[in-house]
Design a protein around this ligand. Structure first.
Ligand SMILES: O=c1ccn([C@@H]2O[C@H](COP(=O)(O)O)[C@@H](O)[C@H]2O)c(=O)[nH]1
Ligand SMILES: [Zn+2]
Ligand SMILES: [Zn+2]
Length: 244
């Protein structure tokens, strides 16, 4: 199995100001993929001294600003500064709404009338494992988040699960661990009730053998900076590079 490095551009909730939006850089041997590109993504890259030009591909989980709010600037920089058309991986069910309901307002102009004018759009299908980049294989899993709004989590290289935004689903987590998942990056609402995310309380109800695989992300600014664990579950830290 390929080595995978992950570095969070942010680890916070939609409204977090301290921890930025939960967006991730994945590094393979030769490539960099950005998983979600929220409002704070490019500011965070700037703080890391990274250029947008270092990104080979973007993968999007769902249509909320903390996951796609940085895509307009990303698209403009790629097209007009770097003359590139980056790969955009997104579930087939979200392609139309990403353009029609979100990006079209800013990106539509003469000779740029579609998402494909900015990106090489590569739709993902449910249940199909796809090698997005060499050594980076993804399966999109439809998970519940907001009622009647499509949202996807990702199984990466068969052993790493990235929830993005999802409600508590102990059966899925159990199934993933039985399948061999070693590491789970899970969104977490610190104060109950979870409603559209798993709450900390709900995650703490999981058996220890699942909790010990969980790294918490998408938390709000109330998390003290120096709190790095909650029982056996660990908090993912912004900008720290992890290898799995
Ligand atoms: O039905 C809803 C919809 C949204 N919210 C709040 O808004 C944010 C949306 O951003 P996420 O990235 O999905 O977190 C959500 O966290 C809630 O705070 C809501 O409460 N109910
Ligand atoms: Zn979110
Ligand atoms: Zn969301």
């Amino acid at each position: 199995m390929s080595r995978l490095d992950i570095q969070m551009l942010g680890t916070g909730s939609a409204f977090a100001k301290t921890y930025f939006n939960t967006n991730a850089l994945f590094y393979t041997d030769r490539h960099t993929l950005l998983l979600d590109c929220g409002t704070t993504a490019l500011l965070s890259m700037h703080q890391l001294g990274k250029s947008v030009n270092e990104i080979d591909a973007v993968l999007i989980s769902h249509i909320h600003a903390d996951h796609i709010g940085g895509l307009e600037e990303f698209a403009f920089q790629m097209k007009f500064v770097y003359n590139r058309k980056p790969k955009l991986f997104i579930h087939e069910s979200l392609v139309n709404s990403l353009w029609e309901s979100s990006l079209k307002g800013g990106l539509l102009q003469d000779e740029c009338a579609a998402l494909e004018d900015y990106f090489e759009v590569l739709p993902l299908q449910t249940g199909v494992s796809t090698e997005l980049l060499p050594g980076f294989v993804v399966q999109a899993i439809h998970t519940e988040h907001i009622p009647n709004k499509l949202s996807y989590s990702f199984l990466i290289n068969e052993n790493f699960f990235y929830s993005a935004d999802m409600r508590f689903n102990p059966d899925l987590l159990e199934q993933l661990v039985q399948q061999g998942v070693q590491t789970i990056f899970h969104d977490c609402q610190l104060k109950p009730p979870g409603v559209v995310h798993a709450s900390l309380q709900e995650l703490q109800s999981l058996p220890a053998y699942i909790q010990e695989r969980i790294w918490l992300m998408h938390y709000d600014d109330s998390k003290p900076k120096d709190l790095d664990k909650e029982g056996v579950m660990r908090f993912v830290e912004q900008h720290k590079r992890y290898t799995f």
